[in-house]
Design a protein around this ligand. Sequence first.
Ligand SMILES: [Zn+2]
Length: 443
Amino acid sequence: MNIKIEEAAQHLSEVIQIKSLSSRIYEEIDFEPFLKIHQWLKDTYPLIHQQANIEVINTGALLYTFKAKAPKKLPLLFMAHMDVVPVDEKTADQWKFDAFSGTIDNRIIYGRGAKDMKNQMVAFFEATELALKEGKEFDYDLYFCLGYDEENGGLNGMAKIVEHLKQQEIKIGTVIDEGGTINNGIMGIPGEFALIGVSEKGFANVKITAKGIGGHSSMPPIHTALGKVCKAASLLEEHQMPIVVSDVFKEMMNTLKPFLPSEISSSLDIEDSRKIEAMIANMSSANALLRTTTAVTMAQGAPAPNVLPSVASVMVNFRIIPGDSIDSLVSHIREVIGDEFELEFQQRSEPSKISLMDEEYQLLQQTIKEVCPELKAAVPFVMVGATDSKYFDDICDHIYKFGPFKCSDEELKTVHGVNEFLRFEDLELGIRFFYQMLHNYVK
Ligand SMILES: [Zn+2]
């Protein structure tokens, strides 16, 4: 394998310069940058474009298919989103270089999309182009899927690609999407750990409304409509949904156990949910991994300080852990706050299913180890954010949300933030990972 990293870095820089912002509303999307990316891919990766069948889906999304003569296994699928989030005007002056300049400085590529996730797209294109150059023939069907509105929910891009695959009754063996990365240190344990998202939480924005009598505030009832909904919100904070000790959490703790100090690992009993609950009581990140979270985010009352609200509402954002559901959430809310409030779900999605942690998971783990020998372990987890790969739930049992790049917690803040960047060596690691994956998938 002969990776020309300067060239690959140049490629990432070029595609960062195509300012590919998207929208939730199809009519509002400017497709020009996405069509530019299509052309850029064609110019940059000629062998891929000679050998793959390429379909444009719903104006801007791309589906690449490499058909094997005699597939030995269900297909392998790499996916990415071409869109990026905009730069916040308030922080624009904190960027070292313009966010869409793709500046390369001291073997670092800067710009929006350098980590989320033009890096991953470039890495699997580079790896595949390289494999084809070496004459690699695949014993399995290989797909690339590129969406254009992941940062806005993915309904027009990736969801439509999956619909298209479903129409042809195509099943996928393994999907690799963005998600966890290779982190230095986890739960206080030093060393490199690969975090593999095997599921993602669902989501619900629930507007809780109460009606009042209105009128002047000089002769109020004991509880105004706003007072009532605030009390409801506070009850929901106090009475959280119970923790769910899922197979993912168990596998995570079993993987980490050998690395924990003996006094902790000996007292760790993952079957005892009360002990776990006590342990995570003050850890918001662990809490988010184990239960449906409750965040009261907005409130609305009267239009003036001296007016009684005739109607008032609070908005609560729930992130639903696999094991819970929209239905169980509704029952929980009713149980805690009673029936006198009106509930309106403004946005909702069920948690995704949990991918199998079987031999395909082992294969992924093995591949990461091969390209990153210093790795201590790969650890499964439930993603708290949403990605496009949830759309594959019905047609794939192995959806792994993993970006093969090293990333510290500090660096993670540059994603959707200021000075997003990628090191040359990380891009190289990503290319080597996808190259190895192409070779390991069928041996
Ligand atoms: Zn992303």
